[in-house]
Write a protein that binds this ligand. Structure first.
Ligand SMILES: [Mn+2]
Length: 332
């Protein structure tokens, strides 16, 4: 998987590694572990992200600092690597740095439909996470280079991108990677899980409570819709960053095939997170709305207002669910 990558990365000395905007545990974990790998193998590495890193992930930057890119820092790199995203716009100002001085760009990612703009791609869309891919990089190159920091960083991505190793993207290899990381890093699962998941603030829970009150079911109780409004944020003193993981609650209702979290936060329309726990492909729904992602997790944007965003998305979703039901009936 990484043979070509390893052979080619050797040609470059100073490498800028970008993770995607609005960073999550997988992109930061993968970025930190990749930068560490580069450093251990004679390169200089700089980790870039345009956005602030959430409170529950900030400890990862003790292992490797993540900086906001500046022209000077970006220009000093002779190779860029982007992780956990497969289209340039996912990496914020990254495109600006390319305009200044064109340099090779490598990509490591697990999302479907990669853009064909990279000089070298490691694109594995059935991998659980980019962190599982970076684990394979170590495995194919020099597994003994996985130290405690790298193990914890990679484990973070494994659990955050898979709902704590529950999604159907999890394969025996994913579990084996997780077990190997626990052994090599000599830590217990709760040491990472508690840092990542058990550090909610009271305002966050109050926001969750308000948002839970909005859950409505559609299409014979197969689609769940949950909303967050600007007023809810104001009433609880929270921000958009505090809505992480909310969509998993409506998805956990019995019989629900897909859940949508709609965030109506400013004048710029409605942001949507879509999740599925069935054969339903929410990537298709998101694409119809101009967004995208994975089959089980996707994002989209709607110009609004909120009620119309709900109606349009439920219409798209219902159409697909009815189609799937017809196909099922035909095969019986
Ligand atoms: Mn990911």
């Amino acid at each position: 998987m990484f043979k070509e990558f390893i052979e080619n990365v050797e040609k470059y000395r100073r490498v800028g590694v970008f993770s995607h905007i609005r960073p999550d545990g997988d992109c930061i974990g993968a970025q930190v572990a990749l930068c560490s790998w580069l450093q251990k193998n004679g390169h200089e590495a700089i980790a870039f992200n345009d956005d602030d890193i959430a409170e529950n992930l900030i400890w990862l930057t003790d292992y490797f600092p993540v900086k906001k890119a500046t022209k000077e820092l970006a220009d000093s790199c002779d190779l860029f690597i982007v992780v956990d995203g497969n289209a340039p716009h996912r990496f914020g100002t990254y495109e600006t740095w390319q305009e200044n001085r064109r340099r090779p760009v490598f990509m490591i990612d697990h999302h479907p439909n990669p853009e064909d703009v990279f000089d070298l791609s490691v694109s594995v869309d059935d991998a659980s996470s980019t962190c599982e891919l970076i684990y394979n990089l170590y495995k194919e190159h020099a597994i003994e280079q996985i130290d405690e920091d790298v193990a914890k960083a990679l484990y973070t991505g494994l659990i955050t991108d898979t709902g704590s190793l529950q999604y159907d993207s999890v394969k025996p290899e994913t579990m084996e990677a997780a077990a190997d990381l626990l052994r090599r890093g000599d830590f217990k699962p709760n040491q990472v899980a508690e840092r990542v998941f058990s550090n909610q603030t009271l305002p966050q829970l109050q926001l969750l409570s308000l948002s839970m009150g909005t859950i409505k079911l559609f299409e014979d109780n197969q689609i769940a819709v949950m909303t967050v409004t600007k007023k809810m944020l104001e009433d609880t003193g929270t921000t958009n960053a505090d809505t992480g993981g909310f969509v998993s609650y409506p998805l956990s209702i019995t019989g629900i095939k897909a859940a949508i979290l709609l965030k109506d936060l400013d004048d710029e329309g409605v942001k949507m997170s879509l999740r599925s726990k069935s054969e339903v492909d929410v990537n298709v729904w998101a694409r119809e709305l101009g967004g995208g992602g994975h089959k089980k997790a996707a994002g989209a944007w709607h110009p609004g207002p909120l009620e119309k965003a709900i109606r349009d998305t439920v219409t798209i979703g219902s159409k697909q669910i009815q189609q799937l039901q017809l196909e099922e009936e035909r095969t019986i």
